[in-house]
Write a protein that binds this ligand. Structure first.
Ligand SMILES: [Zn+2]
Length: 192
């Protein structure tokens, strides 16, 4: 599936995302610790109606998985739109919005390997490019590990890593790579 840029997010949401990219998320606040304006209160009201109806749980049972156009998919797309409405109404300081906006693909995922570039679709496994809406591809890269402590030789160790990329905005990553790390980093990467 492909989405148009204006279907992905309007300019106000993009503006907030660009700001977050630069300065990171603000410290999360609780709803009861903040003063909300009436538009923001209405949005919280919409969320609580949905939460009370437990619609998503019922649809998860009924549909089993979200597929383009089915009820669960459409429900999560509605949630995505509601989270974007919250983002565009300056509610990203609320912990509850921060936690779920990226889960519903309202904002791009900031963590690696997505790094603010891609957002998730309702199936939880497909990703689209935040800029152009193309479906994100992934390649498995074989990385040979070279240890910083040993100037010339590689460690001989090969690691496989899935690297996502946008087929339109980015060049396809090579299927082979070299990573340099210290022995200490190597131990940590192996453990986590
Ligand atoms: Zn793209």
């Amino acid at each position: 599936m492909v989405m148009k840029r204006n279907e992905i997010a309007n300019s106000k949401v993009r503006e907030v995302v660009n700001r977050l990219r630069i300065s990171g998320y603000p410290a999360p606040m609780e709803i009861k610790a903040t003063k909300l304006n009436s538009a923001q209160e209405d949005i919280i009201g919409e969320f609580s109606v949905i939460a009370k109806a437990k619609e998503e749980v019922a649809l998860e049972k009924k549909c089993r998985e979200a597929r383009p156009g089915n009820e669960l998919w459409n429900f999560r797309m509605r949630m995505r739109a509601l989270f974007q409405k919250a983002v565009q109404n300056d509610m990203i300081h609320l912990g509850i919005i921060q936690r779920h906006a990226k889960t519903y693909g309202a904002v791009p995922d900031h963590g690696p390997p997505h790094n603010w570039k891609y957002f998730v679709l309702p199936d939880g496994t497909s990703w689209l490019c935040w800029e152009c809406g193309s479906e994100i591809q992934a390649i498995t890269q074989s990385q040979s590990v070279h240890f910083a402590e040993f100037a010339l030789a590689g460690g001989g160790e090969v690691r496989h890593k899935t690297i996502p990329y946008c087929p339109k905005c980015e060049t396809k990553p090579s299927d082979r790579g070299i990573i340099r790390e210290t022995v200490g980093e190597s131990i940590l990467n192996d453990m986590y």
